[in-house]
Design a protein around this ligand. Structure first.
Ligand SMILES: [Mg+2]
Length: 241
């Protein structure tokens, strides 16, 4: 009987899909000026707490400030939804009545469109919680400019911990050396991105576009962390990409 030699050739399987290049966009102070909005939201929350508990406004302000102080340096500090639950008031009411105070940073829409045209995926990464940033980005008319949104309530972390960026790279098959983090906060946007090999763009204009209801984020802004690029306008990104 003739011997049959069956030769099984090794099949070399490789993934031919090119890796993505991503721009991780910070929201507050980078694409959105929320100084007036967040100040008004905090004030409305305090008014709602005052009404709910039938206490003077000054007492409600003291309670809300103490609450924020207790959770400083955690992602929960940014969680308006949980603040609402903690004080048994409707979180959405204080957001919706103040949305008219949200202002996009000049050229935000243009630069998102430009980045997309250059083949980047736009991913919004934020210390805000998901439902709040979705509400705001929808109101601002830019939500459809993003391929993805990674909020602190998704990462269960502050951006400073790096998880937002790692999750985004994994989810979108991103190549770190071809990707950027754009943001106004050295500790939240630049330092963690550098650690994982992303290129970084620091927005010098952001510090004045943020409402500081307590101190921990304002301290971040004073950290001297060197980014690959520093910009004075979002339009400056065009010469970098
Ligand atoms: Mg920011």
């Amino acid at each position: 009987m003739q011997n049959l030699r069956i030769v099984v050739r090794g099949i070399f399987v490789y993934n031919s899909r090119p890796m993505s290049k991503i721009i991780f966009w910070d929201w507050t102070g980078t694409l959105a000026d929320e100084a007036r909005l967040d100040e008004a939201v905090c004030h409305s929350l305090e008014e709602d707490i005052s009404a709910k508990r039938n206490i003077p406004l000054t007492e409600a302000e003291r309670l809300f400030n103490n609450h924020l102080k207790d959770i400083e340096n955690s992602w929960q500090w940014h969680d308006y939804i949980q603040h609402g639950k903690d004080f048994e008031v409707d979180w959405k009411h204080s957001q919706e009545i103040n949305l008219d105070k949200l202002v996009l940073v000049p050229h935000a829409r243009d630069i998102l469109k430009y980045a997309k045209g250059k083949g980047f995926l736009n991913v919004l990464v934020t210390n805000a919680v998901r439902d709040v940033v979705l509400l705001r980005a929808k109101h601002a008319g830019v939500i459809d400019m993003f391929e993805g949104v990674i909020a602190s309530s998704d990462a269960k972390a502050l951006k400073a911990e790096g998880k937002h960026f790692m999750d985004g790279l994994k989810r979108f098959d991103g190549e770190p050396s071809q990707s950027y983090s754009v943001g106004d906060n050295p500790v939240q946007d630049i330092q963690p991105a550098k650690k994982i090999g992303l290129k970084t763009i620091f927005c010098e204009f952001g510090e004045k576009l943020v409402h500081y209801h307590s101190e921990h984020i304002s301290n971040n802004h004073r950290e001297m962390i060197t980014a690959d690029h520093r910009i004075k306008s979002l339009l400056d990104i065009k010469r970098i990409l």
